[in-house]
Design a protein around this ligand. Structure first.
Ligand code: DC
Length: 213
């Protein structure tokens, strides 16, 4: 079973994907980490984030073992990731790894921006997880300040809006709900309620597919 979970920054898709994967005993890939790692390595090598060929070269040399680096989670790396993610050449390099991950038995849960539309268009279940920018900014603000980061709620909201804009308007694989994805709005749900809602949607999609097949 392949489960594709897409959505904007701080929608809760990552936490949901992790819990869904654990529930079904499937491997999980947070595809944002791939773009974050490319951004980290580009910055470390002083490669301009707007240099498509340079960033694609970095993507080719990416060591997936470094995706566990906790420093990838910072707001600065998230912003830089959104910039390298605009380059089609970077996306092409990362596509193969994601497809290989998804197609290995017994399946996988992948979360990102373009899983249901580009990476796994044939996924068994597609969820599009969203919430209002204000709710997402509050969640991200609490997470960052909880980790001791000194930042204002306004700055976090501005960052979320800028990333939404860049991720949704880029020419290649923009953030968009796949036609056959089910929307899960988590604005008024805590993580446990969102998880239960996600499981209900997955079970419903699987039983529809079972009946059709
Ligand atoms: O989900 P995240 O915040 O870790 O993602 C960081 C950036 O990476 C995001 O702003 C856009 C990019 N990204 C992407 O373009 N496609 C994906 N499948 C995942 C992330």
């Amino acid at each position: 079973m392949i489960v594709a979970i897409d959505g904007p920054a701080a929608s809760g898709k990552g936490t949901l994907a992790k819990r869904v994967a654990a529930h079904y005993g499937l491997p999980h890939l947070d595809t944002g980490l791939l773009y974050r790692a490319v951004a980290r390595d580009a910055l470390a090598s002083a490669i301009d984030l707007d240099d498509a060929a340079g960033a694609a070269g970095v993507a080719e040399a990416l060591e997936v073992a470094t995706l566990a680096d906790p420093d990838l989670r910072t707001a600065e790396i998230g912003e830089a990731a959104s910039r390298v993610a605009r380059h089609p050449a970077v996306r092409t390099v990362l596509l193969a790894y994601q497809r290989t991950f998804a197609s290995a038995a017994p399946g996988a849960v992948l979360d990102g921006r373009d899983i249901g539309t580009v990476i796994c268009p044939g996924a068994d279940v597609k969820l599009f997880v969203s919430a209002t920018p204000e709710v997402r900014a509050l969640r991200r603000f609490l997470e960052l300040t909880g980790r001791g980061v000194d930042i204002s709620q306004e700055a976090v909201l501005a960052d979320i809006r800028a990333r939404d804009e860049r991720d949704s308007t880029r020419g290649t694989a923009p953030l968009v709900q796949a036609k056959d994805a089910v929307l899960l709005d988590t604005s008024n749900l805590d993580i446990d309620a969102a998880f239960r809602a996600a499981l209900d949607l997955i079970e419903a999609a699987m039983s529809r597919a079972g009946r059709a097949g």
